[in-house]
Every structure is written in structure tokens, then in C-alpha cells.
Design a protein around this ligand. Structure first.
Ligand SMILES: Cc1cc2nc3c(=O)[nH]c(=O)nc-3n(C[C@H](O)[C@H](O)[C@H](O)COP(=O)(O)OP(=O)(O)OC[C@H]3O[C@@H](n4cnc5c(N)ncnc54)[C@H](O)[C@@H]3O)c2cc1C
Length: 450
């Protein structure tokens, strides 16, 4: 008899995992709390509308045979376009020529993955909200749309139910289960820049736009319909510019005119969007173990990170890729073994990217507008140009490679230490082009901590 795998949550990670598992010939069912929003105009409630897809994500999609299907729904962004307070903009490439991250609509992407999973024979039950899980019996209790209850017992259970995972909640009643969560000081709100009157993009479509303003920032990613989805990140409270100090339309206009004036001019629906769209919180969660009694946590359910490295989904896709490789190696007769190997291999990598995502908030909102930081980036870019193998920028190792996150993190720390030393020289802003680049690379190579 074919083994039955039950997934909780048909988000991006659950849907891609279902595809992988179907391709291994398994019997897959997904239980999803939302209604099926395909073929309706209803978008999935207030979540970030577009995402940046990068190499790790592409790698996992390619292995699942989906790269070519996904590509037409994406727009390449080859760098950041920084908007200063005076309306000037400048461009920072993300990597080398031909390297880009790709903007894609979350809904379109999720729909495509669900369609693919179903086409391969996965069954998705919508309006099935997991209320409780008895981990010892692998028994799941659902609340259905009409308020009735339903129970299901599973052979193999996988929680792909996101950062507030019901399966993870059930794990919390197990002895020796560790769980850590942190809501950061900032929240976010989605806003919109429509196409121009002539039907064009209002901004450069091949860039991720950032308006960095120290303790807060606005970003914008392009959509295929020539609009942009903007995300405003603000502290909830404690600062002059914070969500708690915005009472009415006047406050919204005032903030945008003062700090994001060039964007303000492109946002005719700003006030309505601000009022109607929710203010959402940002959470980081880490937990361990991820597996218990043939049940496993994956994606955000296992490791939800703040969005400042654009890696949450990419990391979850990489989870699927790695789990599939372990299934290939160890087969499907010993899920405990596969899940154990998975968590042992993966945990330190997800810890590393969760930490980097936290650290990157400072870089995006604050540092990228700092002239000294820009020189530091120029030096690093030159190091990479002169010594492409020996010096890879941390951002490239995370975004444009499949190197383990933990390895990239460790190398990044060494580079940071060496660059801190270099930047101590007060003459660097003048003579950065003439530094002894070979010596800088050698310092990293000989520090021997990696
Ligand atoms: C503002 C923002 C911007 C982001 N931008 C990026 C980006 O550019 N690039 C990137 O890689 N990542 C990004 N991320 C992270 C990314 O959104 C997540 O890492 C990714 O969505 C995780 O996918 P998932 O399937 O694990 O969880 P989710 O996408 O949260 O999906 C979980 C699914 O489970 C369902 N579910 C939840 N609870 C239950 C329940 N009790 N019963 C049944 N079903 C349930 C949900 O309805 C949902 O369908 C961003 C996140 C945020 C907040």
C-alpha cells in the first residue's frame, strides 16, 4: 500500500513539497485553512503581495521541473535603486552582470504551485483549519467552514502551516522542545504605485526601490501589470515617525511628503490604501527539534525570519530540495530517520539566515544611505572583481549561490572583521582605490576560522 503523507498548509512551501512528494510516487493530501481563492478576485488576506525569488528558490524549482513555468511570471531586479530625501536616485547592482533577484506575485505563485500539485494528483482540502494535533497519536482536529469538527489520523504528518504553526504549537507540549519567538519593533503596511496614465511603469522596473530613512523605510517591487507593490516599514511606537503617531490622512500625507516625496507623487490611492490595508507585525521564530513521532515542521513553521534578506521563501524551498534529497537517499520506509537527518543538517543553516535577516534590517534602512558604507561596498565589489573566488560578498553568497547559509555566515563574519580594520583608516574615503587588495584577501584567508 502506498504511504499516505498529510501536509498542513498549502502555502508556497507546502505546495512545492507536495509536488516533490508526488514525484516520488507518494499519496499526498494537503489541509489548508483558507478557502480556495483561485478563479476569484479575492487576494490572500493582506500578506506581502510580491516576493523576491533568488538562486536557492530557482534551484529548488528547477529540480521540481518548474523553472520554465515560473519564469514568465517574474521580473528581474538587478539591483537596488536608492531614493534619497531630495528625490535623487542611484543604483547599486546586487551582483555581477546578469545576476538578479526576481519579483513575483505571491498569489500567482501560490496558485501555480497548487495547480501543479493537484495536476500531479495531490488532494487539497480547503477550509480545513487545524485546531489541535495529538502528536503521540498523530491525530489532527480540524474546524471546517460551517464550524463543525473533523478528525484525521496520519501516517506521516508535515507542518507547512507557517509562522504561527498549529503543529508547532502541539510540539510545545512535548518535553525538551525549545521555542523562541521575537516580534521586532517594526511593523509593515502594503501600499501601491499604479502604472502611469500612459500605461507604463512609474519607476525603473528592473530594480528593487528603497527609500531608506534610518529608523524606517519604504520599498517597492515591480509587478507584471506595471504597477509596484510598496511596503512601508515603520516602528510601532517610540519614535516621531511611527504607526502610533499616525492618526489621520493628514499625518499620512505629511510623512510621505516629508520623507518619500517622489513616491508620494506616484501614489494616488495612498490614503485609501493606508486606511484599508492592515498593519502587520514581523516575527522571528526558532525552535528545535523539528520532528517528533513521524511528524515534521518545515518552512516558516520551523524557522520564520524577518523579511530583510528576502530569503524566507527561498530558504523554505531549499528545505524542500534538501528533504527530497534525503528521501532519495534513505527511501520512504523510515521517515523518522529522514526527518532526523533533515533537522540535523538544516538547523544551523536556518539559524544563520534568521540572524542575517535580522542584521540586514540595519543595512537596508540605515547603512545603505551612509557614504562610508557605500565606500565599504565599493571596496568589497573591487575585492570581488580582482579575486572573484577568494572574496565573494556575503549578499552574493546568500542570494546568488547555494553555499550553506552557515558557511556563508562564517565567511561573512571574517570579512566583516577585516573590513572593520580597513575602514578604521581615516584616509580610506580618498584612497580606497589604491589599497593593497591582495593583503586584504590574504587576511581573510589566513585568519583560519572558517
Ligand atoms: C513582508 C514580507 C515580505 C517577504 N518577502 C520575501 C521575499 O521577498 N523573499 C522570500 O524568499 N521570502 C519573503 N518573505 C517570507 C515568506 O513570505 C515566507 O518565508 C514564506 O511565505 C513561507 O512559506 P510557508 O509556506 O512556510 O508559510 P506561509 O506562506 O505562511 O503558508 C502557510 C500556509 O498554511 C496555512 N495555515 C496556517 N495555519 C493553518 C492552520 N491552523 N490550519 C491549516 N492551514 C493553516 C496558511 O493559510 C498558509 O496557506 C516575506 C515575508 C514577509 C512578511
Amino acid at each position: 500500500m502506498k504511504e499516505k503523507i498529510d501536509l498542513l498548509g498549502a502555502g508556497l512551501i507546502g505546495s512545492l513539497l507536495a509536488i516533490y512528494l508526488k514525484k516520488r510516487g507518494l499519496d499526498v493530501t494537503i489541509y489548508e485553512k483558507r478557502q480556495d481563492w483561485r478563479n476569484s478576485n479575492k487576494s490572500s488576506e493582506g500578506r506581502s503581495i510580491n516576493m523576491a525569488l533568488s538562486d536557492r528558490g530557482w534551484n529548488a524549482l528547477e529540480k521540481a521541473g518548474l523553472k520554465e513555468k515560473v519564469l514568465p511570471y517574474t521580473l528581474p531586479m538587478s539591483g537596488r535603486r536608492i531614493h534619497d530625501e531630495h528625490g535623487n536616485t542611484y543604483f547599486q547592482p546586487y551582483g555581477k552582470e546578469n545576476q538578479a533577484i526576481y519579483s513575483i506575485s505571491r498569489n500567482v505563485f501560490n496558485e501555480l504551485l497548487m495547480d501543479e500539485a493537484e495536476a500531479l494528483g495531490a488532494k487539497i482540502y480547503f477550509n480545513h483549519k487545524v485546531e489541535n494535533v495529538n502528536v503521540a497519536k498523530r491525530e489532527v482536529e480540524f474546524c471546517l467552514k460551517d464550524g463543525s469538527e473533523k478528525r484525521m489520523t496520519s501516517d506521516v504528518l508535515i507542518g507547512s502551516d507557517g509562522s504561527y504553526s498549529a503543529l508547532r504549537n502541539a510540539f510545545q507540549s512535548q518535553v525538551r522542545f525549545n521555542f523562541y519567538q521575537k516580534f521586532i519593533s517594526h511593523g509593515y503596511k502594503e501600499l501601491h504605485i499604479p502604472p502611469t496614465a500612459s500605461g507604463d511603469f512609474a519607476l525603473d522596473p528592473n530594480a528593487l526601490h528603497i527609500w531608506p530613512r534610518g529608523k524606517f523605510m519604504l520599498i517597492a517591487l515591480p509587478n507584471l501589470d506595471k504597477s509596484f507593490t510598496c511596503t512601508l516599514f515603520l516602528p510601532f511606537e517610540g519614535y516621531k515617525v511611527s504607526f502610533e503617531n499616525i492618526y489621520d490622512d493628514r499625518d499620512v500625507s505629511q510623512i510621505f511628503k516629508t520623507y518619500f516625496n517622489d513616491a508620494f507623487d506616484l501614489m494616488p490611492n495612498l490614503l485609501a490604501d493606508f486606511k484599508n490595508n492592515p498593519t502587520s507585525a514581523l516575527i522571528n521564530t526558532e525552535c528545535y527539534p523539528w520532528t517528533e513521532n513521524n511528524a515534521l515542521l518545515i518552512g516558516d513553521a520551523a524557522h520564520a525570519m524577518v523579511p530583510f534578506y528576502g530569503q524566507g521563501m527561498n530558504c523554505g524551498f531549499e528545505d524542500c530540495f534538501i528533504l527530497d534529497k534525503l528521501i532519495e537517499k534513505y527511501g520512504t520506509s523510515s521517515w523518522d530517520l529522514v526527518f532526523e537527518k533533515f533537522q540535523k543538517k538544516r538547523k544551523r543553516d536556518t539559524d544563520a539566515i534568521c540572524q542575517l535577516a535580522m542584521d540586514n534590517f540595519k543595512e537596508m534602512s540605515d547603512n545603505i544611505a551612509d557614504p562610508k558604507f557605500l565606500i565599504r561596498k565599493k571596496i568589497e565589489a573591487k575585492l570581488h572583481e580582482l579575486y572573484p573566488k577568494e572574496w565573494q560578498p556575503l549578499y552574493s553568497m546568500i542570494t546568488f549561490s547555494n553555499m550553506r547559509y552557515s558557511e556563508a555566515y562564517a565567511i561573512g563574519k571574517l570579512q566583516e572583521k577585516v573590513m572593520d580594520e580597513v575602514m578604521k583608516d581615516p584616509d580610506v574615503p580618498k584612497n580606497w582605490n589604491d589599497l593593497d587588495y591582495a593583503a586584504i584577501v590574504e587576511k581573510v584567508e589566513t585568519s583560519g576560522e572558517v
